[in-house]
Design a protein around this ligand. Structure first.
Ligand code: G3H
Ligand code: 13P
Ligand code: ZN
Length: 333
């Protein structure tokens, strides 16, 4: 049975992006796979009155079941109201949709936004696939994110190279011909907790920490010039907080040289046409850090609530920090 997201109390990204582009801030797009992550996202967003995008990846659908995730998102709207957020602005978004069929099934199932990720395809094939998804999604008032350029890591096995960056000269043609509502671009971010190889970084002599190379802001600014006011999306935008990495490593974990995008660069991006910033890995790190620490300190504990509870608390802290101190989306909903 087809369901419209509007009946679930969800919203698409149109209005939230228009306001974010004008207001010089970005909307958080947080991935969720389980109840604790969802609770933490909603609590932080409701407390900060921040519009929020709940992202469901293919991995999440395989892990948690897409039906369950959709009902959880519906429940999240009610939970937000219970927390005192009268008109929650919550979008349910398919992250990295890989086919027309997947996108269609999400639209039919109550998602308010979908990403069709044709970035690995030849340019004309990316356009054709994106256009097909846009036609179907727009007929249901669902917004569509597309991608041009290839991120290192998940989308490409080799390290970030300039040749993979989005080509600014293509964006007008791509956006016009596909009709997409937002565009993910490649400017040096990548997925996961190892965004740069040590040889791409320098080392801070005081701390011994890796210092990553800067993002390609010149590419971002060129794209902005070509498409003034058009919503731009950054994937792979976790900052890999070193305090979480340290807690994990001090409690039996092994994450050597994990490195992310410095928050000051994300802050700068959020002030530009970037109006959606994707964060998944930082939440995984917070969760894992809290669970490892609790289990080390309380080895006799075996009630999952006793270690998932602290993990949830730390994720609320993380999401709140991102909303208030990095994206600037607080008090915008
Ligand atoms: O784009 C990558 C996201 O972090 C989702 O990752 O497919 O492991 O859930 P996943
Ligand atoms: P991170 O791995 O940097 O959190 O990126 C998440 C993402 O882009 C999801 O689409
Ligand atoms: Zn992504």
């Amino acid at each position: 049975m087809n369901v419209s997201y509007k009946d679930l109390g969800l919203v698409n990204t149109k209005e939230m992006f228009a306001k974010a582009v004008k207001g010089g801030y970005a909307i958080p797009a947080f991935n969720f796979n389980n109840m604790e992550q969802l609770q933490a996202i909603i609590k932080a967003a409701a407390e900060q009155k921040s519009p929020v995008i709940l992202q469901v990846s293919k991995g999440a659908r395989n892990y948690a079941n897409q039906t369950l995730l959709r009902y959880m998102a519906q429940g999240a709207v009610e939970y937000a109201k219970e927390l005192g957020w009268e008109k929650p602005q919550i979008c349910l978004h398919l992250d990295h949709g890989d086919s027309f069929e997947t996108c269609k099934s999400c639209v039919d199932y109550g998602f308010s936004s979908v990403m069709i990720d044709g970035s690995a395809l030849p340019y004309e094939d990316n356009i054709a696939l994106t256009k097909k998804v846009v036609e179907y999604a727009h007929a249901h008032d669902v917004t569509v994110e597309a991608e041009l350029g290839v991120l290192a890591g998940v989308e490409d096995e080799v390290a970030a190279e300039e040749s993979h960056y989005t080509k600014p000269e293509e964006v007008i043609d791509f956006a016009t011909r596909t009709g997409c509502d937002s565009l993910a671009i490649s400017i040096g971010t990548s997925h996961g907790a190892y965004k740069f190889k040590p040889e791409q970084c320098t080392r801070d002599p005081k701390t011994g920490r890796l210092v990553p190379p800067p993002l390609a802001f010149d590419v971002l600014h060129e794209v902005e010039k070509k498409l003034p006011g058009f919503p731009i999306v950054l994937h792979g935008s976790s900052s890999v907080p070193q305090e979480y990495v340290d807690i994990i490593n001090a409690n039996g974990g092994k994450l050597p040289d994990a490195v992310g995008i410095p928050e000051e660069q994300l802050r700068e991006a959020a002030k530009s046409a970037v109006c959606k910033i994707n964060i998944d890995s930082d939440s995984r790190l917070a969760f894992t850090a809290a669970v490892r620490k609790t289990l080390t300190e309380k080895p006799a504990e075996f009630d999952p609530r006793k270690y998932c509870g602290p993990a949830r608390d730390l994720m609320v802290e993380l999401y709140t920090h991102k909303i208030v101190n990095v994206l600037g989306s607080n008090n915008k909903a």
